[in-house]
Write a protein that binds this ligand. Structure first.
Ligand code: FNR
Length: 361
């Protein structure tokens, strides 16, 4: 796509899309999307961890068209990436999650829909064939959470992603300094009528801060859908998660928006992947900005990655087409990186592909 904003050729990278979005969005909305908790150390470290990785390419390996497809929870994804749950896509574009679902569907990759989606589950499901997963915050009133699950299941959603790193919301200082409030018309479309339709503080107070591992059993009593936990950062919790027989783990620090000072996700990925040892899929999000980053995550034990902010950047820049282009750019970069590294398929990406202190080679 070329909207004429970015020199003759239009945006070429996810960084170009970030710049387009920065110019398009209201500064306070930009800060809400971009920012992290506290001093944003974890936010910065997520991308820095990828910057530190160096690849060890194999040559003369006759990789002409690397196979990017991968199977996760019984579904084939066209590439080992998906869209992370991000609240209120309607802040970036009036079509919101419907545009994102259409682009993800065209790309053959899944979309994880936030509890705080700005569009109704059925509208999102109608927009495209993307596999849809529901991200859950667990409310004190379990009936609210159960209602969300039932409506999402009714709309054909295929899995539940419980976010476990948010007993309360981290302090996002940019938002506090900006006095950020959701603009008129932006609301959590799937919480209407629950008493939590007023966003912000109200919803924050509604989170259950006292969750423990029994919540996984509770989810199983409510729904037959697979359950993934998002926000695992240690091997110890990965072990408890597999003992709870979860269907997947998402290594995440919430894009640096929760515990500032928490480890970069790429740095803890090897210990978690080693602990899980193939018992369930391990996904990672946080700081993935290039196809080479996806390859590094695969090499260090991820089955797939999720992209958060870059998708909103594409949406802000050009709606559905912008999201499609963001997903296309990172997919093509991954194909290029795999070809140049001599890696024929997703399953072939192992630790010998990267050099770095944590990695045995
Ligand atoms: C998020 N994230 C998030 N996570 C979640 O479980 N539920 C949510 O509603 C949201 N909302 C949300 C809003 C915004 C504006 C951002 C930037 C992030 C976290 C998200 O799922 C993911 O963990 C990070 O965004 C991944 O990091 P990157 O790709 O943004 O670096």
């Amino acid at each position: 796509m070329n909207d004429g904003d970015n020199g003759a050729g239009g945006p070429l990278t996810l960084a170009d899309y970030a710049e387009l979005a920065r110019r398009r969005l209201d500064p306070a909305v930009w800060d809400f999307v971009t920012g992290g908790a506290g001093d944003e150390r974890t936010l910065a470290d997520n991308t820095a961890a990828f910057d530190r990785v160096r690849l060890r390419p194999r040559v003369l390996s006759a990789v002409t068209r690397p196979a990017l497809n991968t199977r996760i929870l019984g579904r084939t994804w066209a590439a080992p990436l998906g869209v992370a749950p991000v609240a209120y896509h309607t802040l970036a574009h009036s079509d919101g999650e419907a545009a994102t679902a259409a682009a993800a569907g065209a790309a053959g990759v899944p979309l994880v829909v936030s509890t705080f989606a700005g569009r109704a589950f059925h509208d999102i499901a109608a927009a495209g064939p993307a596999p849809l997963w529901l991200q859950l915050y667990c409310f004190r009133d379990r009936g609210v959470t159960r209602g969300l699950i039932e409506r999402a299941a009714d709309a054909g959603f295929e899995a539940l992603v419980l976010t476990v790193d948010a007993p309360r919301l981290g302090r996002r200082l940019r938002d506090e300094r900006n006095g950020f409030r959701l603009p008129p018309g932006i609301a959590p479309a799937n919480l209407a009528g629950t008493g939590f339709s007023a966003p912000g503080e109200h919803a924050r107070e509604a989170f259950d801060p006292a969750l423990d591992w029994t919540v996984v059993e509770w989810l199983r009593t409510v729904s037959p859908l697979p359950v993934l936990l998002k926000g695992i950062l240690t091997a110890a919790d990965a072990r408890l998660a597999t003992e709870s027989e979860v269907d997947g783990i998402i290594v995440s620090n919430h894009g640096g928006r929760q515990l500032d000072g928490a480890a970069a996700t790429l740095d803890v990925l090897p210990e978690i992947a080693a602990q899980v040892a193939g018992r369930c899929p391990v996904l990672l999000d946080g700081g993935v900005r290039r196809g080479g980053d996806v390859l590094a995550a695969l090499a260090l034990g991820a089955d797939a990655v999720l992209l958060g902010r870059p998708v909103l950047h594409g949406l802000a820049a050009a709606g559905r087409d912008g999201v499609a282009d963001v997903l296309g750019i990172v997919t093509e970069e991954l194909a290029e990186a795999m070809t140049l590294a001599g890696c024929p398929s997703v399953a072939d990406a192992g630790p010998e592909l990267v050099s770095g202190s944590a990695v045995p080679v």
